[in-house]
Structures are given as structure tokens and as C-alpha cells.
Write a protein that binds this ligand. Structure first.
Ligand code: ADP
Ligand code: MG
Length: 293
């Protein structure tokens, strides 16, 4: 009987804008008890713009923007795009970077005018172990309280500026969390962003569990931990970083606008890029299962 149900399921799913790569995953959706969401680009729009800049004495906003945009010149990350846009908006030209390297889940680095420059978040800062000036620390605290993502500009190991980036929670995310709760599911968030930002967004959405400042290579471990607690777990994400976690989950769900890597690692792809389809998926699976009884 199962193949028939699966067949019904998948054609219904297709009509609802879900691409099912693993048909058994569709069946498993009825037994889920936890849904884990990536934050940036999944629960939020992910179109972050630079809304504020703080620098140490002797460094102008323009210099900070020029250095950061130069380092981020070759990075595909959303934060890099936002930094480049901020520089463009202020007519700050970019310099030449050599030895560019993307640091997954941390930031980016390059050499500019012979100096070693890093741009990145809290994960990067703790690795570089440089002293954070009080002015930048205060700036980061304030930004965190406003759920803004902070990235630092580090010159030769010293943090010299910080940028606050604003992201907005997707309208649909509020309804998704409520609807999943109504279905009796637990909702968690898994992100590389700071604890501050993650908890602010989670509190706003009513999310139960937060895993923040998680490096890309550790994301799948969090999924394993949940599964070892006996939970049946779906992971929803869009980024290259989410791919191992998508593979590790009972059900990996990629959001339509996601990267190829995420899509290839997923069991189900939400073609319409609507997180509300996660709710539809669970309902569809439960309804089809009842039909079979
Ligand atoms: P998420 O888990 O929210 O999708 P990522 O794993 O892509 O985010 O990145 C985690 C964190 O690493 C970001 O919040 C940021 O602090 C930092 N980061 C990653 N790439 C860059 C970059 N190119 N420039 C600046 N910061 C970056
Ligand atoms: Mg993401």
C-alpha cells in the first residue's frame, strides 16, 4: 500500500509547489516533531543593508568602507554584497585586493596595500583573538539588541571598525512558527550569526530553541544531537553552509531560492520559496497517511 500512498503524496506535493527528491521523506513528514530553520535567507529576507558604521580613532567611515568593500570584492556572501553596496552608495571606490580567501561561516580576508585585512563576524573575531576596542564593543551590543548583524573590519589583527547590518524577518515566518506549534511541533533555529541577533529574532518569532554562532562544519552535529534525543527532525535551509545539516536531518528541505548545493542535499525542495510550505508538507503527509488507514 505504501507505494500508492507515496504516489498520491508526491503528485499532490508537486501541485503544491514541492519538488520531492526522496519520496519516503514525504511519508516521514507526518512523524516529525522538530523543525529546524536556518535564519538568514530562510526566516529572514536576507537582503541585509549596512545601516550604521563605527570606527576607532584615526579611521574614517570612508576608509573603513573602502577596505571592507575591497576585501569583499570577490565574495558571494550576502553580507559582502551589502558592504559593496554601502560603499557604492557613498561613492567610495574599491582598491585592489590580493590573496582573497573566503572563510566559511566566519568572513573573508585579503591583502590590501600590503596589509592583512579581515572582514567577518563574532566567529572570526574569536579566532583572531585581537582586542576589541570599547567603542566597537558598545556599538556591537547596541546593534545586537536591535537584532542587527555586526561584522568587524580587522587590520593586521586589530579590529578598527564595525558595520551593523539590518535584516528583516519574513512576514510568513510568524505564521509558520505559529502553525507548526499548532501542529504540535517544536521549532528551532540554527545560525552562524551572533547569539544576540539569533535570540532577538527567535524571541520575536516565538522559536523554542536557538543554536547560534554555529560554524558551517558544526551545523550537522546539532541535527545529530537532536536526533540522538530521539527526535524526528526536519532541517530547512538555503545556503551552501546548510547542506551537511540538510543531509543529516530526517527530512532535508531546501528553500527554492537556495544555492545548488543546498538543493542537491535536500529531500524536498520548496519551489515557491515559501516557508509556509513546510506546514503544508506536514499537513499533506498526515492527511495522506490517514487516508491509507
Ligand atoms: P547563516 O548561518 O546565518 O546562514 P553564515 O554561516 O553564512 O550565516 O555566516 C555566519 C556568519 O559569518 C555571519 O553572520 C557573519 O558574521 C560571518 N560571515 C560569513 N561570511 C562573511 C563575509 N563574506 N563577510 C562578512 N562576514 C561574513
Ligand atoms: Mg542562510
Amino acid at each position: 500500500a505504501i507505494p500508492l500512498v507515496v504516489a498520491i503524496n508526491t503528485s499532490l506535493a508537486a501541485r503544491n509547489g514541492m519538488l520531492v527528491r526522496d519520496r519516503i521523506a514525504m511519508e516521514r513528514a507526518r512523524t516529525l516533531d522538530t523543525v529546524v530553520f536556518d535564519k538568514t535567507g530562510t526566516l529572514t529576507e536576507g537582503e541585509q543593508g549596512v545601516v550604521d558604521i563605527e570606527t576607532v580613532d584615526g579611521v574614517s567611515d570612508e576608509t573603513a568602507l573602502r577596505l571592507a568593500a575591497t576585501v569583499e570584492g570577490d565574495s558571494e556572501h550576502m553580507i559582502a554584497q551589502a558592504v559593496r553596496e554601502a560603499a557604492d552608495e557613498r561613492d567610495v571606490s574599491r582598491g585592489a585586493a590580493t590573496e582573497f580567501e573566503a572563510l566559511k561561516g566566519r568572513g573573508a580576508r585579503a591583502t590590501v596595500d600590503g596589509e592583512r585585512i579581515h572582514v567577518g563576524g563574532p566567529n572570526l573575531l574569536s579566532e583572531l583573538e585581537g582586542d576589541v576596542p570599547a567603542a566597537l564593543e558598545r556599538f556591537a551590543d547596541r546593534a545586537g539588541e536591535n537584532a542587527q548583524t555586526v561584522v568587524y573590519l580587522v587590520r593586521e589583527g586589530d579590529p578598527i571598525a564595525a558595520f551593523a547590518l539590518a535584516d528583516v524577518i519574513r512576514e510568513e515566518s510568524y505564521r509558520v512558527v505559529d502553525a507548526l506549534h499548532e501542529l504540535g511541533l517544536e521549532v528551532a533555529m540554527l545560525t552562524g550569526d551572533s547569539e544576540d541577533v539569533a535570540h532577538a529574532v527567535a524571541a520575536d518569532l516565538g522559536i523554542d530553541t536557538v543554536f547560534a554562532e554555529v560554524l558551517p562544519e558544526d551545523k550537522d552535529e546539532k541535527i545529530t544531537e537532536l536526533r540522538e534525543q530521539g527526535k524526528s527532525v526536519a532541517m530547512v535551509g538555503d545556503g551552501v553552509n546548510d547542506a551537511p545539516a540538510l543531509t543529516r536531518a530526517d527530512i532535508g528541505i531546501a528553500i527554492g531560492s537556495g544555492t545548488d548545493v543546498a538543493v542537491q542535499s535536500a529531500d524536498i525542495i520548496l519551489v515557491q520559496n515559501n516557508p509556509m510550505d513546510v506546514v503544508r508538507l506536514v499537513k499533506l503527509s498526515r492527511a495522506s497517511y490517514r487516508k491509507m488507514q
